[in-house]
Design a binder for this molecule. Structure first.
Ligand SMILES: Cc1ncc(COP(=O)(O)O)c(C=O)c1O
Length: 408
């Protein structure tokens, strides 16, 4: 089939899915166990009955998709407030939009231009942040078409390196508008980051710099709330989306009381508009699914934890008994297989230790596909309650077999 689509992932025409249900995603008649779960958006799996029921209810009520202010966005915000601490909320359509608007807000409030970005973090297709560090932490653009202004304004902090981060922050403290961080990074998800996040919290508080937590992947997935609650950190601004949309496109920003007070004193308003921001179909369906999740919270999150822990423990035990240079990293139900067991702190060290293994990794991913397991290009694994015990046993068995084959 001729390909007209330039978006990421469409280059390979043989990998076009057509439907999905529960833990499975289909290409024609082939059914694969989906480890990506709609890029981490589906806690309950594909086409869960509550999702389908909510869409049917929405249609039966003849609500129509309302871009105008509507009661469904209001109701949804009220329920969100039960699980995330915030003063005000700004609905967007994607994580990227939420990131762009948060950076705009920080700039308006601080009247400063520099943005501190933490290495290894991903904040979507945001011009200001499409950079990666070289070995001296100098920014290198990862896309054509970025402005020199953005290159000048980004300050890169080394993830989880407290000493170096302190020095860089101190040097830039009068110029920084904000620090943006994924509290747990998809590039290396693990628990041991609290001290680092506390450093960012203390520094930003002391120096009137805004702290932005990008919780696109940790939001809701972290015990039905957030990483900020888990680590007991209070960012000024937070970004959510993915799971909160229950499979429909969403992003939103939450702001603290301090930020909302400061905003009210601005001479000119910060622009947050957008045709579908807070639209009724996403707000209605997401709210219905959220209420279901809240009602079954204990069962859902216990199940996610048990399955994710089993995957992590079984494979890590297997790697040590087989002396394989591999390690599973996990934070809650966010999982990544790293193709090295060396002690890693951040994405750069992961890249360093994995760099000679690219062709093996590619062959392993192809092997998984042939075994009817879909591991997305990002390599991140998101568990959902839709994985059955037998799915899990099958995936573990196939991982063990394939990893021995390609990495022993
Ligand atoms: C942490 C984080 N921030 C922002 C984004 C961008 O979100 P979106 O793809 O909805 O624009 C992503 C997407 O994967 C993400 O993982």
């Amino acid at each position: 089939m001729q390909n007209y689509i330039l978006n990421e992932g469409y280059q390979n025409n043989s990998f076009l899915f057509d439907k999905a249900k529960g833990s499975r995603i289909n290409i024609k008649n082939k059914s694969l166990i989906d480890l990506s779960m709609c890029a981490g958006s589906l806690l309950l799996g594909h086409n869960h009955p509550i999702f389908k029921k909510s869409i049917k209810k929405f249609l039966n009520k003849n609500i129509s998709n309302l871009a105008s202010p509507n009661i469904y966005a209001k109701k949804y915000s009220k329920n969100l407030k039960k699980i995330i601490p915030f003063s005000k909320i700004i609905f967007c359509n994607s994580g990227t939009e939420a990131v762009i608007k948060s950076l705009r807000l920080c700039k308006a409030l601080s009247k400063r231009s520099k943005i501190a970005y933490v290495s290894g973090g991903w904040h979507g297709s945001t011009d200001q942040l499409l950079f990666k560090p070289d070995k001296y932490l100098k920014p290198i653009p990862i896309s054509a078409g970025l402005s020199n202004e953005h290159l000048k304004n980004i300050v890169i902090l080394p993830y989880n390196n407290i000493e170096k981060t302190k020095k860089i922050l101190d040097k830039n403290r009068r110029k920084l508008s904000c620090v943006i961080v994924e509290p747990v990074q998809g590039s290396l998800p693990y628990e041991g980051v609290k001290k680092y996040l506390k450093l960012l919290e203390n520094f930003t508080k002391k120096n009137s710099v805004y702290l932005i937590f990008d919780e696109m992947i940790t939001g809701l997935r972290t015990d039905c709330s957030s990483a900020q609650k888990h680590f007991n950190i209070k960012p000024d601004i937070s970004i959510f989306g993915k799971c909160f949309g229950a499979g429909l496109p969403i992003g939103f920003i939450t702001i603290s009381k301090k930020v909302s007070n400061k905003m009210s004193k601005l001479k000119q308003k910060v622009f947050f508009g957008g045709t579908y921001s807070g639209n009724s179909i996403v707000a209605y369906v997401a709210n219905e699914v959220l209420q279901y999740i809240l009602k079954h919270k204990e069962k859902i999150f216990k199940d996610l934890e048990n399955k994710s822990a089993l995957f992590e423990n079984k494979l890590n035990k297997f790697f040590s008994s087989e002396k394989l240079d591999l390690k599973v990293y996990r934070f809650k139900s966010l999982i990544r297989l790293v193709y090295s067991k060396s002690h890693l702190k951040d994405r750069s060290s992961r890249d360093f230790f994995e760099k000679n293994k690219f062709s093996k990794i590619k062959r392993f991913k192809n092997y998984l596909k042939n075994q009817n397991i879909y591991l997305s290009a990002s390599g991140l694994i998101f568990f959902s309650t839709a994985f059955s015990k037998s799915d899990l046993e099958y995936v573990i068995k196939k991982f063990e077999y394939g990893l021995i084959r390609y990495f022993k």
